[in-house]
Design a protein around this ligand. Sequence first.
Ligand SMILES: Cc1cc2nc3c(=O)[nH]c(=O)nc-3n(C[C@H](O)[C@H](O)[C@H](O)COP(=O)(O)O)c2cc1C
Length: 176
Amino acid sequence: MKYLLIYSSRFGYTKKIAQKLEAQWTAAGITVNLVNLADAPILHSGEYDKIIIGASIRYGHYAAALAPWIIRNQLILNSTPSAFYSVSILANKPHRNTPQTHTYTRKFFAKSPWQPQTIGIFAGELHYARYNLIDRYMMRLVMKLNKGETNLNAHIEYTDWKKVREFGEQILKLTN
Ligand SMILES: Cc1cc2nc3c(=O)[nH]c(=O)nc-3n(C[C@H](O)[C@H](O)[C@H](O)COP(=O)(O)O)c2cc1C
C-alpha cells in the first residue's frame, strides 16, 4: 500500500499534522510519500493507492497553487480513494469544525472538480511572534472579533489530536 500525502503549509503547522498522519500510517505498514504542494508531481494512474491533501487557511483562502494543481490532476484524484484536511484557527469554534459548517472548505469544494471521500477540519496554531507586523495585527483583530486570544506572547496549538488520529483511521479504511 502506498499513499501520497501532499501538504500546503505557510509556517509548517499543516506539515506537522501531515507528519503525525505519516507516522500513524507508516506504523500500519503503509509506505507514505510526503510532499510539499510546491513540489507535488503530476499524477499518473495506478501510482498511489490513496491520495491525501492537507492545506492551511490564510486570510480566508487556501494557497493559490492548490486549485490549479487539483484541476490539473482531477482525473486521478477522482478515480483514487482520496481525502482532504483543512487547517485554520477558526476551526477551533465548535460550530465551525465540520465540513458542512466550515465555510472555507464548503466554498472551496462547491467549486472544485475534485470531491474527496473524506474531509477533516482541524484547528491550527496561533503564534503571534512568528508573524510579521501586518499579519500580527490582522490576526489579533480576527482573534478579537472572535473573542479569542489577543495576548501577543501567546503560542497556542488548538488542534484536537484525537480528531486527527480518527481521520487517519478513516483513511486507512477508505475504499473505492
Ligand atoms: C497571516 C495569517 C492569516 C490567517 N488567516 C486565517 C483566516 O482567515 N482564518 C482562519 O481561520 N485562520 C487563519 N490563520 C490561521 C492559520 O490557518 C493557522 O495559524 C494555521 O495553523 C497555519 O498553518 P500553516 O503553518 O500550515 O500555514 C491565519 C494565520 C496567519 C499567520
